[in-house]
Write a protein that binds this ligand. Structure first.
Ligand SMILES: *Cc1c(COP(=O)(O)O)cnc(C)c1O
Length: 401
């Protein structure tokens, strides 16, 4: 046994990736990554870094916020963002959205920062009134930042960011507004400037159709001012030293050149398709998934985890299974028998849900294939979901395309 090919059988055709990250990487992105790395002084390096910065500003709809790119995943940039805007002993408010807000809170506490949490109400997005109350209760204005996850990938719930901004304003609280867009950017609209978001963080491997490995923070003037005064000890993550024209400084060392070449190509694809068309395609494919899940749900064995239809994300759908059904079995059969890779439950959802990812480089045929594979897995396990799931997805696509 000396290679993966001797351990796993050869599978003809394409294995369908429907995890909500990493997502499919288009061939144009893979091709761009096959260029040789370059000498650090080559202006081409500066050009593809600038291309990524421009691409991110375009997606975030921000004119002048500053972009900081890291050789890191989402967890890395959680830490990067946090250490730049808060110091040990200070307080941040983290809004409960499920597994990802919890994980961010655990990381933030490990950094010596005090975390105030609002509870996650299973199946629901963030309630702006709960945010407003939490800020009003902070009469000494000790909370330095509010952290919100736009789309929580575990619960597949998207919260209303402009409504959260209004809640902060209604409480007349000076805290920075920070949003995690790891799972939403490139799949759904985001307007950093218009929505009054002071800083965001994200990563390459979900809606941005790139391999894992690049994270980013984007900060407006107010966030930069907080960063300048923030006494937290830091070096590698520090925005102050990364604010440079030199690529070596921007990355505090060698940039992940090939990943950035790929990411620039991904922005090119988004531009070619048109941002609004990218969003419309995500809504269309999500509609097909919802049509199938609604049909399956009629048999009583499965249901949407997110109870608020408008808050169901266009990136991923979390499906709750009835007690006695093991979602990990469904996942395994879907992958090993039907070549459809779906995701399982995280944190409090583990063993209770499976998730179908529908973000990034996907089209109708791919979604129908995934739904067919999942339905076949359910049927082969004897889990009754009727016969209308794929049929309704086909109808939905026929009517809405
Ligand atoms: C995936 C994800 C993360 C973590 O990203 P990693 O790259 O796995 O570290 C953080 N936040 C959200 C909302 C995510 O979906």
């Amino acid at each position: 046994m000396n290679s993966a090919s001797t351990t796993f059988p050869h599978i003809p055709g394409v294995r369908a990736l429907h995890s909500p990250g990493p997502s499919n990487v288009p061939k144009a992105v893979l091709d761009a990554m096959t260029n040789q790395p370059m000498d650090m002084g080559d202006p081409r390096v500066d050009a593809f870094i600038a291309g990524c910065e421009r691409g991110l500003r375009g997606l975030l709809k921000t004119k002048s916020a500053e972009v900081f790119l890291y050789a890191a995943n989402g967890h890395g940039v959680w830490e990067a963002l946090t250490v730049n805007v808060a110091a040990p002993g200070q307080k941040v408010l983290i809004l409960g959205t499920g597994h990802f807000s919890d994980s961010w809170a655990v990381l933030t506490e490990a950094m010596g920062i005090e975390v105030v949490r609002t509870p996650y109400v299973e199946g629901f997005p963030i309630d702006p009134d709960v945010l407003e109350k939490a800020l009003r209760a902070d009469t000494k204005k000790e909370i330095v930042a509010v952290f919100a996850v736009h789309t929580d990938t575990a619960s597949s719930t998207t919260s209303d960011i402009p409504a959260l901004r209004r809640a902060i304003d209604a409480a007349d609280h000076p805290a920075l507004f920070v949003v995690d867009v790891v799972a939403s950017l490139g799949a759904t609209n985001f307007e950093m400037d218009a929505w009054g978001v002071n800083a965001v963080l994200g990563a390459s491997q979900k809606g941005l159709m790139s391999p894992p490995g690049v994270g980013f923070c984007v900060a407006d003037e107010k966030a930069m001012a907080v960063c300048e005064k923030n006494p937290a000890p830091r070096y590698y993550w520090d925005w102050r030293s990364r604010r440079s024209e030199l690529s070596y400084r921007k990355f505090c060392g060698t940039p992940p050149q090939n990943l950035l070449m790929g990411m620039q190509a991904a922005f090119g694809l988004i531009e070619k398709e048109g941002l609004e068309n990218v969003f419309a395609r995500h809504r269309l494919l999500t509609g097909a998934v919802h049509a199938a899940v609604s049909a399956w749900a009629e048999e009583g064995n499965l249901q949407f985890l997110c109870q608020v239809p408008e808050a169901r994300s266009v990136s991923v759908t979390t499906i709750l299974v009835a007690p006695g059904i093991d979602p990990e079995k469904i996942r395994k059969v879907a992958r090993e028998k039907f070549q459809v890779m779906i995701a399982g439950g995280l944190g409090p959802f583990s063993g209770r849900v499976f998730r179908i990812g529908h973000l990034g480089d996907l089209n109708s045929a791919m979604i129908l294939g995934a739904l067919g594979g999942v339905e076949a897995a359910l049927e082969s396990l004897g889990i009754s979901v009727g016969s209308q799931g794929v049929r309704r997805a086909v109808q939905y696509l026929a009517e809405h395309s």
